[in-house]
Design a protein around this ligand. Structure first.
Ligand code: COA
Ligand code: AMP
Length: 624
C-alpha cells in the first residue's frame, strides 16, 4: 500500500484501520469495540480491551524468543560506565521492583513520581509501575524543587522514586535535597520515597519515609503483569502550558501501545533486533515513547545515554555511541546537532568513527532549521528526517512515512501527516486556508490512538485548551502552512510556549515569577531566536515608581528567581528594563511585535496599537 492509500484509509475508516494495527500487540483480552465517541467529540480507543504495557515491552519479547537479546544498553560518559540488560535481565529486575512496590502497598491506579537522571533504574521504575498498573509521572531532573512540588500536588503520588544525584558536565547535582524541599513545599505528602544511591553523592534518608533502593528490593518477590483496561492511564506527563500550572497529559495503555508500535514501523521503519537510540531524556515525551516504550514494544535494543552531544567529552560523542553500539536509528533534537556543528563545523570528529550501522537520522522537538539539515546531509550522506509532534500526541503528527515509502524531503518541512492525523490549517474563524497560506494548525477529530485522553484531574482544562477553540478540531497551538504538494511546514507556537534547546517552557510561568518581584510593575517574556538553543527567554520589565533597586541588581535577582523556581534549563539570563510596553488599546501586550523587534525582523505596526512610538523605544534597546 502507498502512503496516500494508507492515509486515506486511516481517515475514511479509522476503526477498521486501527483495529488492524491493534493486532500487532499482545492483548490479554483483545478489543471488540475499536472506538467509543464521547460527548466532547473526543473518544476512547479499544475501550473493552485489556492488556499490560510492561508485558508488551518485556515478557512478549521473551515469549517471542528474544530473551537473550539486549533490551537496553546504558552508556554514561559522565560516569565512565556502560551496562547492558537482556530482555530476560530487564524483565527480572522490573518484576522484582514491581513486587517491592506492591509489598509497599502501591497498587493499580496509584500515582508514582519518578524524579531521576538517565540511569537504568529510571526505566526499571517506569516499567515496574506499568507492570502493576500504577500510573507513573516522570519529572525531568533539570526542574527545580518548586516545579516538582507543583507536580506532587497535582498528581498526589503515593511514592516518589529518585536517585541521590544527577551528573551534568563536570558537575554533580544532588537530587535528594530538591526532593526533600519539594515534599516540604507541597501540600500533598507522599507516603514513601525510594532512593537509588549513586557513588557520586550519598544522600541521607528521612526516617519513616525514605527507603534505599537496594534494601527495598532485597526481599521482594517478582510479580506478573496485571491486566489493565485499555483506557486506564499508563502515565501522566506534565508539559508547559500558558500559565504557571503545567498540564498533566494523560496517556492510556491500549491506544498508546497500538499507536507507538505502529509508529515504530511507519516513522522509523524499525524491526526487532534494530538498535534504536533516542538521544533525549526520560523526563520528556521523546524519552517515554522512544527511549522506553517504542523500542521495547518492537523488540529493539534501546540506548540510554547519560551525556551530552558535546563536552562529554567532545563533539564526537554521538558518533562514538553510534560506533560502540552499532546504532541503526538515531533520533534527537536539532539543538543537539547545532551544538555539535558549532564545535566541529567540518565534522572532523565524525571521521574518527565508523557509523556504517546508522541508517537514518530523525529530528524533532523544534523546527529543523535548514542549515542544520544541510550540514547533517552533507557530512553523513544519510536520510535526515524531520517529524513534528507534541507531548500531547505522543507520536509524530507529521513524518516522512519511511516504513511505507520514503518520500522526497523538503528542508523546513516535517513532510506529510501520519495516518490517523487529519491535519488542517485554519484561519481565525476555523475555515481551512489555501495551500501555502499560514494559519493555525489543527487536527480534525477523532484523534488517532496514542494521543492524550485528558488533562489529569481537569477535564475542563482539556476541553478549553484543546477542543473548545475550534469546534470539531484539536488545536495544536502551532502555526504553519501546507504547500501545494501537501507538505506540512510548522513555523512555531501561536501561544506563550517556547522551545529552549528542545525543552518546552512557558513564558507565562516566567512572567508570573518575575511579576512577583516587589520592584516589578509589569513584565513580559518572549522567546528570542538563539543560534544554539533555537529560542531563549528574554524579559522586558517595568520598574515600580519609587523602587530603589539598580537595573543590574534587579536583573540578577530576576535571573536567580527563575532559576530557583523553574530550574537551570529555563535559561533565563536577560531582563531588559524598559519605560513602557507596547500594548493594544484594550491593554494586551503585543508580544509578537516585541519578538520581531528582538530578532531584528521587519515588523508592521499593528492597527490596534495604543501608541506606536513605544515600538521605536523598544527597538533602541536592541540596537544599543
Ligand atoms: N539535571 C539538572 N540540570 C540540568 C539537566 C538535568 N537533567 N539538564 C540540563 N540541566 C542544566 C544544565 O546543567 C545547564 O545549567 P547551567 O545553566 O548551570 O549551565 C542548564 O540546565 C541548561 O541546560 P541546557 O539547555 O541543556 O544547556 P547546555 O549548555 O548544558 O547544553 C545542549 C546545550 C544543546 C547540548 C543540550 O541542551 C542538549 O543536548 N539538548 C538536547 C535536548 C533534548 O534532548 N531535548 C529533548 C527533546 S528531543
Ligand atoms: P513537546 O511537547 O515538548 O514535544 O513540544 C512540542 C512543540 O515542539 C510543538 O508544539 C512544536 O512547537 C515544537 N516542535 C516539535 N517538533 C517540531 C518540528 N519537527 N518542527 C517544528 N516544531 C516542532
Amino acid at each position: 500500500m502507498t502512503y496516500h492509500a494508507e492515509f486515506k484509509r486511516s481517515i475514511d475508516q479509522p476503526e477498521a484501520f486501527w483495529g488492524k494495527q491493534a493486532d500487532a500487540i499482545d492483548w490479554i483480552q483483545p478489543p471488540k469495540i475499536m472506538w467509543e465517541k464521547l460527548d466532547n467529540g473526543h473518544g476512547n480507543w479499544f475501550p473493552d480491551g485489556t492488556l499490560n504495557t510492561c508485558d508488551i515491552a518485556l515478557d512478549a519479547n521473551i515469549r517471542a524468543g528474544r530473551g537473550e537479546q539486549n533490551a537496553l544498553i546504558y552508556d554514561s560518559p559522565v560516569t565512565g560506565t556502560q551496562q547492558s540488560f537482556t530482555y530476560l535481565e530487564l524483565r527480572d529486575q522490573v518484576a522484582i521492583f514491581a513486587g517491592a512496590m506492591r509489598a509497599q502497598g502501591i497498587t493499580k491506579g496509584d500515582r508514582v513520581i519518578i524524579y531521576m537522571p538517565m540511569i537504568p533504574q529510571a526505566v526499571i521504575a517506569m516499567l515496574a509501575c506499568a507492570r502493576i498498573g500504577a500510573i507513573h509521572s516522570v519529572v525531568f531532573g533539570g526542574f527545580a524543587a518548586h516545579e516538582l512540588a507543583v507536580r506532587i500536588d497535582d498528581a498526589k503520588p503515593k511514592a516518589i522514586i529518585t536517585a541521590s544525584c544527577g551528573i551534568e558536565v563536570n558537575r554533580v547535582i544532588e537530587y535528594k535535597p530538591l526532593v526533600d524541599d519539594a515534599i516540604k513545599e507541597a501540600e500533598h505528602k507522599p507516603e514513601c520515597c525510594i532512593l537509588f544511591q549513586r557513588p557520586e553523592a550519598k544522600a541521607s534518608l528521612v526516617a519513616g519515609r525514605d527507603l534505599e533502593w537496594n534494601a527495598f528490593v532485597a526481599n521482594a518477590e517478582a510479580v506478573d503483569p496485571v491486566p489493565v483496561k485499555s483506557t486506564d492511564p499508563l502515565y501522566i506527563l506534565y508539559t508547559s502550558g500558558t500559565t504557571g500550572k503545567p498540564k498533566g497529559v494523560v496517556r492510556d495503555n491500549g491506544g498508546h501501545a497500538v499507536a507507538i508500535r505502529y509508529s515504530m514501523s511507519l516513522v522509523y521503519d524499525a524491526s526487532p533486533g534494530d538498535v534504536f537510540w533516542a538521544a533525549s531524556d526520560v523526563g520528556w515525551v521523546v524519552g517515554h515513547s522512544y527511549i522506553v516504550y517504542g523500542p521495547l514494544f518492537t523488540g529493539c535494543t534501546t540506548i540510554l545515554y547519560e551525556g551530552k552531544p558535546v563536552r562529554t567529552p567532545d563533539a564526537g560523542a554521538f558518533w562514538r555511541v553510534c560506533e560502540d553500539h552499532k546504532v541503526n536509528i538515531l533520533f534527537t533534537a536539532p539543538t543537539a546537532f547545532r551544538a555539535v556543528r558549532k564545535e566541529d563545523p567540518e565534522a572532523d570528529q565524525l571521521h574518527r568513527y565508523d557509523i556504517g550501522s546508522l541508517k537514518r537520522i530523525y529530528l524533532a522537538g523544534e523546527r529543523l532549521d535548514p542549515p542544520t539539515y544541510e550540514w547533517l546531509r552533507e557530512h553523513t550522506s544519510l536520510p535526515v528526517l524531520d517529524h513534528w509532534w507534541q507531548t500531547e500526541t505522543g507520536w509524530a503528527i507529521c513524518c516522512n512515512p519511511t516504513g511505507i515509502d520514503m518520500v522526497q524531503t523538503k528542508p523546513g518541512s516535517a513532510t506529510f501527516p501520519s495516518p490517523g492525523f487529519n491535519v488542517q490549517v485554519l484561519d481565525p474563524e476555523g475555515i481551512p486556508v489555501a495551500a501555502g497560506e499560514q494559519g493555525d494548525v489543527a487536527i480534525k477529530l477523532p484523534l488517532p490512538p496514542g494521543c492524550l485522553s485528558t488533562v489529569w484531574g481537569d477535564d475542563a482544562r482539556f476541553q478549553n485548551t484543546y477542543l473548545a477553540p475550534i469546534p470539531g478540531y484539536y488545536s495544536s497551538g502551532d502555526g504553519g502552512y501546507i504547500d501545494e504538494d501537501g507538505y506540512v511546514f510548522i513555523m512555531g507556537r501561536t501561544d506563550d510556549v517556547i522551545n529552549v534547546a528542545g525543552h518546552r517552557l512557558s513564558t507565562g510561568e516566567m512572567e508570573e515569577i518575575i511579576a512577583s518581584h516587589p520592584a516589578v510593575a509589569e513584565c513580559c517574556v518572549i522567546g528570542a531566536n538563539d543560534e544554539l538553543k533555537g529560542q531563549v527567554p528574554l524579559g522586558l520589565v517595568l520598574i515600580k515608581d519609587g523602587a530603589t533597586i539598580s537595573e543590574t541588581e534587579l536583573e540578577e535577582e530576576l535571573v536567580d528567581m527563575v532559576r530557583e523556581r523553574i530550574g537551570a534549563i529555563a535559561c533565563f539570563r536577560q531582563a531588559i528594563i524598559v519605560d513602557r510596553l507596547p500594548k493594544t488599546r484594550s491593554g494586551k501586550i503585543l508580544r509578537r511585535v516585541i519578538r520581531q523587534i528582538a530578532d531584528g525582523q521587519q515588523y508592521s505596526v499593528p492597527s490596534t496599537i495604543d501608541d506606536p512610538a513605544i515600538l521605536e523605544e523598544i527597538s533602541q534597546h536592541f540596537t544599543s
